[in-house]
Design a protein around this ligand. Structure first.
Ligand code: ADP
Ligand code: MG
Length: 386
């Protein structure tokens, strides 16, 4: 789960990482007053995508007039960056904060390295808007420092970071503390990524985190109630928000074959088979181990809200769940929803699959069934091409 920059700054402040003041606006009301208070300031689009600077979503305003002009342009704009779709995303909020005279920009982040299963601090002297380019062409300019989570992040880790970034004296102590505090936040808040880009030194030698990107591990949100409060549904795919409210693991994709599967691994295999058979999956959906009629119906309703869906493939393996119950669920769901125009192919395998298939055959609804995953994928792809 992602949060906005202004929310990341609040967390940084809570963890003793230096940030400037700032205020969020959803309309122009109050912008003039706050810009007057700040003097030289920066107007920043608040969206869940990076690369805002290059897309015109971060503007420096030397005067109050300029601040109002930028705020007017950025609020409500369709911001296109390398991290958004081609249509971009709508800017509903802006952040106003002091415009700093920056002497140098650095990069500092923390994430999990899957190979070593450890958090890594990533630091670079080449912070700013071209960090992706630095990672690509001069990776030696990026330092990675492993932290063993069972031992924690110690002062020497902090010193290594300050050293890698070339800081000395008081500034080195501040940067070392920033790295240690960032680690504390990363662990305590169950983050998957915390990134400060850039961490800056100003002309008068002050250090500030002026941009923050924080991503949280969705599987840990049950114990991060304060973080869940920060969720901004306007920034997320509406169908995914709806699915998460029903505890369904759903990711929208851009194909036309919807799939409903139990188990994440089987769902991945199903999407692969659709692709191999010449089709294109419209979504990932794991209904979970308890494919009850209510869940199946809810899943159907979400799948059908995607206007690109031209066919539905249901692939259920009866391990814990019984196939006859799933068949009952599907029949009931289709009856309740009514008028499903798209072709449906069902593959049931495992516990009570014979009973399940019999129920489907005896129902007066029109399904195609399949015995293998290959056959199911081929049938649904053929059906949507008709
Ligand atoms: P993004 O990473 O989405 O492009 P940033 O917040 O990192 O957005 O801003 C992009 C660039 O704008 C920064 O690298 C920095 O050069 C400049 N910038 C951002 N905030 C300020 C500020 N408060 N004062 C001066 N320059 C800023
Ligand atoms: Mg940035």
């Amino acid at each position: 789960m992602l949060i906005h920059e202004y929310q990341a700054r609040d967390l940084f402040r809570e963890y003793g990482i230096p940030v400037t003041e700032g205020k969020v606006f959803e309309s122009l009301e109050g912008v003039e007053e706050y810009a007057t208070e700040l003097g030289q300031c920066v107007v920043k689009a608040q969206v869940h995508a990076g690369g805002r600077g290059k897309g015109g979503g971060v503007k420096f305003a030397p005067t109050v007039e300029k601040a109002i002009e930028h705020a007017t342009n950025i609020l409500g704009m369709q911001l296109i960056t390398h991290q958004t779709t081609a249509e971009g995303c709508k800017v509903n909020k802006i952040l106003l904060c002091p415009g700093l005279d920056i002497a140098k920009e650095y990069y500092l982040a923390l994430t999990i390295d899957r190979a070593t299963q450890c958090p890594f601090i990533i630091a670079s002297t080449e912070g700013g808007m071209d960090i992706e380019e630095v990672a690509e062409s001069t990776p030696e300019k990026i330092t990675k420092i492993k932290v063993d989570p069972s031992a924690g992040c110690w002062a020497y880790h902090g010193r290594k970071v300050a050293d890698a970034l070339g800081f000395e004296g008081k500034q080195a102590r501040i940067v070392a503390a920033v790295a240690q505090n960032l680690y504390k936040m990363f662990m305590e808040k169950d983050c998957s990524i915390v990134e400060i880009n850039p961490l800056v030194v100003t002309e008068d030698n002050e250090i500030y985190a002026i941009d923050g990107k924080v991503n949280f591990d969705s599987n840990a949100l049950y114990r991060q109630k304060d973080i869940v409060e920060l969720r901004d549904p306007l920034e997320e795919e509406p169908l995914e928000v709806e699915a998460s409210e029903h505890d369904l693991a759903y990711i929208k994709l851009d194909g036309n074959v919807a799939c409903m599967v139990n188990g994440a691994g089987l769902a991945m295999a199903t999407m692969d088979m659709i692709q191999i058979s010449g089709g294109s999956p419209a979504n990932f959906l794991d209904v979970g181990g308890t494919a009850t009629p209510a869940r199946v119906e809810q899943a159907f309703r979400i799948l059908l809200k995607d206007p690109n869906v031209e066919g539905i493939l249901i692939n259920v393996f009866g391990g814990i769940v019984r196939c006859d119950l799933v068949a009952e669920g599907v029949i009931e769901a289709v009856k309740n929803i009514g008028n499903i125009e798209q072709p449906i192919v069902i593959r049931l395998s495992g516990t009570n699959s014979t009973e399940g298939k019999k129920l489907l055959a005896e129902s007066d609804l029109t399904f195609e069934t399949a015995d293998s995953l290959n056959e199911a994928a081929a049938k649904i792809v053929a059906a949507v091409k008709k």
